[in-house]
Design a protein around this ligand. Structure first.
Ligand code: MRU
Length: 375
């Protein structure tokens, strides 16, 4: 994807060959700032404070965080400490644990002197795999948009609603939910994206709108409560969202507010699709409502809003009376019954236990005997 016209990924190894670069997503879209991660604690802080975010990207940055840790201390203890610190940063997106387990498995049997090199190799593979998965999701999702476009008058766009940021800033490249949109746009299909602003952190207004704009995709930012109105008035043809964890039976955990969009979509006969890369599948859990830990973040994210002042400073202002209590649940779970289909790298899969097990038998069988890889 391009940022200010330059082709880039969302995480990379710097020219020194070992430190890691990411964009500081807390200052986008107002500023493009690169952060250099030079120690495992830098990676821990960047994930916990959401300077880097989005389920697949959290996994990729954590993978490099583990590589940074092994440069400093490649002992079993060092591996375990770094694994635990990185895993504790955010609880909901399963990609974090998946990536850390992959990393631990890749280095566990190497001699300590060889571990850091093995870790950098595996982290690079995880990043490349993410890009390939998202490209495949894009190809499979493109068919959905093409079918809708076939019934349009020339120039009349396919209207797609998305929530939060499941774009290239949430992944290593392409994005998941946005991958089909970028492909359709690049093929000359008229698309228009309704972008939920996604309070409290506004990932839609700040990040999705930014990256769609960088790519020239027509889009409109809407307050989170607008989607239902638009669906009632025939202005949404398709919903595509990302996900932080999908259970064995197809329940979808994603950014808070996703469930309400799924309800509105069902009530209005609008197809509701979820873009699902396989590392986001968690076959160890079944009932998403009961079993997925939902992150609760700081009240300050709700009481304050950040933005750019007229003279270019980024400031946070308070919008809630002093003393009012606030709640800040980061995610919700959309039951499988409300999901029209899962756009995966292996095609469109029904959100049900049998279809998922048939499409991903390799992942399903690995989940039977879960192993904590840092052990
Ligand atoms: O809290 P965030 O910004 O990390 O949450 C991100 C989302 O919920 C995304 O929609 C999800 O991670 C899918 S990203 C491809």
């Amino acid at each position: 994807m391009k940022i200010e016209g330059k082709v880039t990924r969302s995480v990379w190894v710097e020219a020194d060959g070992w430190s890691v670069g990411i964009f500081d997503q807390t200052v986008l879209p107002h500023r493009v700032a690169v952060l250099r991660l030079a120690a495992p604690d830098d990676a821990v802080r960047a994930i916990a404070t959401m300077r880097t975010r989005g389920a697949p990207l959290i996994g990729a940055v954590a993978a490099y965080g583990l590589a940074l840790a092994l440069r400093a201390d490649a002992s079993d203890d060092g591996l375990r400490r770094a694994y635990d610190a990185l895993l504790a940063t955010r609880p909901t997106a399963i990609n974090l644990k998946w990536a850390l387990d992959e990393m631990a498995a890749a280095v566990r049997d190497s001699a300590p002197a060889a571990r850091a090199a093995a870790a950098y190799r595996r982290a690079a593979e995880i990043c490349d795999a993410d890009v390939a998965i998202n490209a495949a999701i894009g190809r499979h999702g493109l068919g959905l948009i093409e079918r809708l476009a076939a019934n349009r008058r020339p120039g009349q766009p396919v209207n797609i609603l998305t929530h939060c940021n499941a774009g290239w800033l949430a992944t290593v490249d392409f994005g998941t939910a946005t991958a089909p949109i970028y492909l359709a746009h690049d093929k000359g299909i008229a698309v228009h994206v309704w972008v939920d602003e996604t309070r409290p952190r506004n990932q839609g207004a700040s990040l999705t709108a930014f990256e769609l704009g960088q790519h020239g995709v027509p889009h409109t930012v809407i307050p989170d409560n607008t989607g239902g109105y638009l669906m009632q008035h025939g202005q949404v043809d398709l919903v595509i969202v990302g996900t932080d964890r999908v259970t064995a039976r197809g329940d979808v955990c994603n950014k808070i507010g996703t469930y309400l969009k799924a309800l509105a979509a069902r009530d209005n006969g609008v197809p509701f699709y979820v873009a699902l890369p396989s590392p986001t599948l968690d076959f160890r859990v079944n009932d998403g409502l009961a079993e997925i830990p939902i992150e609760q973040r700081a009240p300050a994210e709700v009481t304050g809003v950040s933005g750019r002042t007229a003279d270019g400073r980024i400031e946070t202002v308070t919008i809630v009376p002093d003393g009012s209590k606030v709640a800040n649940f980061g995610f919700d779970v959309t039951p499988a019954r409300l999901v029209t289909g899962l756009i995966t790298e292996r095609g469109i899969v029904a959100a049900d236990a049998r279809a998922l097990a048939e499409a991903f038998p390799d992942h399903a069988s690995r989940a039977v005997a879960p192993r904590r890889a840092a052990e």
